[in-house]
Design a protein around this ligand. Structure first.
Ligand SMILES: [Zn+2]
Length: 289
């Protein structure tokens, strides 16, 4: 755009003023409003700060869950009600919600900073180990699946970084618990699942030669958990085994390192051991990156 003003124009006459206004308007279009910062260039090397999606149950009804997550010193980005399964956003995704606490996965810590948290209204087991866990209605799970799919797509979250709260904080948490249907999320193509043929073959081997506690601990750590590595089957190790079982073998989550658990652990940590559904009923090898 060429100025109608001569370089030596002694006065800013009407045409010059009109040109100046037009130019300023054009430049402002590429500026953050009122900041004077020019936004016209964008680097190709960047990604979302969101690397994990963490799933919780609230262990309370809707009213109590909402009050706690909006009024107290805990929060989450989303709250999913039961029936109807309405979805509420309580914290914008660009901001940090306080849902994961002291947390760890594959060397990453303090996951509030790098995650989106989803709280699902569900009574859990009421913190009573003797009580069973409450189921999640189908419609609620369908809503959760749709929500996770959208968040993962928006931020490019890897399928193996969609986790339960207990997986990143196994010492004190069990949510979303053994009733949460991770297998359905796998069938929907959201999370990877261990190759069942390899699990069956490995199980036969572990039935004749059981895995050592040290091996179990090393595989749990390789998978991502914060777990002791001292060869002792103590309560901390049993808790992590139980959390692993809740996800991959929820029919029994007693923390015993049985042959099926060892087989699942071997397969989830072996190259090519995890499969990802493609949405058309086919399972393909999952490659993290
Ligand atoms: Zn939680």
């Amino acid at each position: 755009m060429r100025s109608p003003c001569a370089p030596d124009c002694p006065v800013l006459h009407r045409a010059c003023r009109a040109f100046a206004v037009a130019l300023a308007t054009l430049l402002l279009g590429a500026c953050a409003a009122g900041t004077g910062i020019d936004l016209r260039y964008r680097a190709v090397s960047q990604d979302s700060r969101v690397r994990f999606i963490i799933v919780h149950f609230t262990q309370a009804d809707f009213e109590r869950s909402l009050r706690r997550l909006t009024r107290e010193e805990v929060s989450s980005h989303y709250l999913v009600d039961v029936d109807p399964p309405r979805v509420f956003q309580l914290v914008p995704e660009a901001r940090r919600a306080w849902h994961a606490g002291p947390s760890y996965w594959q060397g990453a810590t303090a996951l509030n900073a790098s995650s989106v948290g989803i709280e699902i209204v569900n009574l859990g087991n009421g913190d009573d180990p003797a009580r069973g866990y409450a189921p999640f209605p189908d419609r609620q799970i369908e809503r959760v699946i749709g929500l996770i799919r959208e968040i993962a797509r928006r931020h490019g979250v890897r399928p193996d970084r969609i986790l339960g709260h207990a997986e990143v904080q196994p010492r004190t948490r069990t949510d979303p618990g053994p009733q949460f249907p991770w297998r359905r999320l796998a069938e929907a193509g959201l999370v990877p699942w261990p190759d069942p043929a390899r699990v069956a073959a490995a199980r036969v081997r572990f039935e004749s030669v059981p895995a050592t506690v040290m091996w179990i601990q090393e595989r749990l750590a390789a998978h991502g958990y914060d777990v002791p590595r001292d060869g002792v089957l103590d309560s901390a190790t049993r808790r992590v085994i139980s959390i692993f079982q809740m996800r991959y073998r929820p029919a029994r989550y007693d923390g015993d390192p049985d042959a099926e658990t060892a087989a699942l652990l071997e397969v989830v940590t072996a190259p090519g051991g995890l499969l990802l559904a493609d949405g058309q009923g086919r399972w393909m090898p999952f490659r993290p990156e």
